[in-house]
Design a protein around this ligand. Structure first.
Ligand code: AHR
Length: 357
């Protein structure tokens, strides 16, 4: 802030309307971002959406480890507690603080146009991470990095298709419920679409879609209600590991068994993330049959973007992270989606110990 005031005063004293000072040119009516503060550090304001899952904790940790004082950063972390209004307030505060970069992990996709316009007007680059924003004008953010959530959904749906075929289970005999994530979040929208499209394509009985808000408690609540409503559920598609843990608790509390043997009355659990250690352990025990990885380690990725921007270079507008699909069941070895082949990684004890999160 001080730099900009000083530059403006100097410009007035010198009777000039623009200043070339090596880090940018300020002209009347436009705001120029200068890159560092008077501490000499790069100030990054991060609006994290909340702390709903193990994935989110790993993601926050990854960001904190990337933006350290030792590396020359001032890192301001704001927890939005699952509320978009809190995230909007955080962004406005970052603008007032004149941070160098705003990083936003948005709770849902819509409703960001105004506040991102304010950041743009202030000349502060905004990097979107994890979930996407749905804005009229894509110049309101610099770039996005995260997962291809629809592809994650397509992968597990294709896994289910091939597994059912390998077991001679007819499509109409798959009675599926979807415990969705936070409604309106990219991870929910993409994963829900992946399943719904496959159900339509293959003729599965997709009986219900209910939000479990990506949490264990809500996942359990949702599953309890679904078990009262339907007595023939044989596949539960949980849009993250925490809701899967809640669903398993609800199922086991009724005396039913979870597992891949649908024909023998087990209820198959399918999930996303592969971050929660208990979920991976349950996958090893075949209680969760298939998990699409969602990689939370975005800290170094966002750091690399900021390094590029600091050098005056342009990052890709959208960067998708490569992700795996895991199962302890060996019936399906590879999947093909849109002509691309994906290997199914068989979960072993080694995978549990080698994981980076
Ligand atoms: O947006 C990523 C999703 O959000 C993860 O799958 C989930 O666990 C988290 O809460």
């Amino acid at each position: 802030m001080k730099k900009r005031w000083l530059a403006g005063i100097l410009a007035l004293m010198m009777g000039i309307t623009s200043i070339g000072c090596g880090v940018g040119v300020i002209s009347p009516g436009e705001s120029e971002h200068q890159g560092t503060t008077n501490t000499g550090r790069i100030v990054v304001g991060f609006s994290q959406l909340g702390a709903e899952s193990d994935w989110r904790s790993a993601n926050s940790q990854s960001m904190r480890s990337a933006f350290t004082k030792e590396k020359g950063y001032e890192f301001i972390f704001e927890d939005g507690q699952q509320k978009q209004a809190n995230q909007i307030t955080a962004i406005r505060t970052f603008i007032q603080q004149e941070v160098d970069y705003i990083v936003l992990a948005p709770v849902t996709e819509t409703g960001w146009d105004n506040v991102l316009q304010e950041a743009k007007d202030a000349g502060i680059p905004v990097i979107i991470v994890d979930r996407m924003v749905d804005v009229e004008d894509e110049s309101l953010f610099t770039c996005w990095v995260g997962s291809n959530f629809e592809l994650e959904g397509q992968k597990v749906a294709e896994w289910l298709n091939q597994y059912a075929k390998s077991q001679n289970i007819q499509p109409e005999d798959l009675h599926i419920v979807n415990i969705q994530g936070t409604i309106g979040a990219s991870a929910q929208i993409g994963r829900t679409k992946g399943l719904a499209d496959a159900a339509k394509k293959y003729g599965w009985d997709l009986m219900a879609e209910v939000s479990g808000d990506f949490t264990q408690a809500k996942g359990r609540e949702a599953m309890e209600a679904l078990l009262k409503q339907f007595d023939n559920i044989n596949v539960v598609y949980c849009e993250n590991d925490n809701s899967a843990l809640g669903a398993i608790q609800a199922i086991e509390a009724t005396g039913k068994k979870v597992g891949p043997n649908i024909a023998e009355g087990e209820i198959m659990i399918i999930s996303f993330d592969g971050v929660n250690e208990e979920a991976i352990q349950l996958a090893l025990e075949h209680k969760i049959t298939c998990i699409a990885e969602c990689n939370p380690l975005h800290g170094p990725r966002v750091e690399a973007i900021i390094e590029l921007l600091e050098k005056g270079q342009k990052p890709d507008k959208f960067s998708y992270v490569d992700e795996m699909i895991y199962s302890a069941n060996e019936s399906v070895k590879t999947l093909t989606i849109d002509d691309k082949e994906y290997e199914v990684t068989i979960i072993t004890e080694d995978i549990l110990t080698e994981r980076q999160y």
